[in-house]
Design a protein around this ligand. Sequence first.
Ligand SMILES: [Zn+2]
Length: 182
Amino acid sequence: MDRKSIEMAASETWKIKSPSREFLNLPKDERDVIDEFLGECPVRLGAMAARLGIKVLISTLPRGTSGRIEQEGDQFVIRINRHEAKHRQRFTLAHEIAHYLLHRDKIVASGGWSENVLLRSGQPQNIEYEANRLASDLVIPSNLLANATTEIEGPITSETIKSFARRFGVSEAAMEIKFQMM
Ligand SMILES: [Zn+2]
């Protein structure tokens, strides 16, 4: 959407997308760990990964590879391409944490996954959709965003989207997805 149509759509009515079923269906012990980090903006994804026992390395990866996740010994390791923009690195990290939470048996079975710049690892598309939905809940927790929107008056505009994107450390596209225009 161009700026004008975003403002028009936004001047109608909107709401924040509910947490995904992937998020709501996580086992309670993992939800409890994750919830510790979802009250603070931007979400400290590196600390969340560490609490989950995942090692995160900012690495030089082949061109066209945004991230990689694999098991090394008894630990999961996520590598993030150091040459990509910060908000991209954050979303890639959230996507890999989501794969860890949802798909770690499959990751182990196939010897680790590398993700291209579209965050596709060669797995079936639904696997990537699941990871993206959960990743969105990790980088833009619905409650935090709901709190943030209480500060604004009037419609959500492209300026609002831009400022929220900065605050949460995500792309404007990721932020737009989180708002559901009615
Ligand atoms: Zn993926």
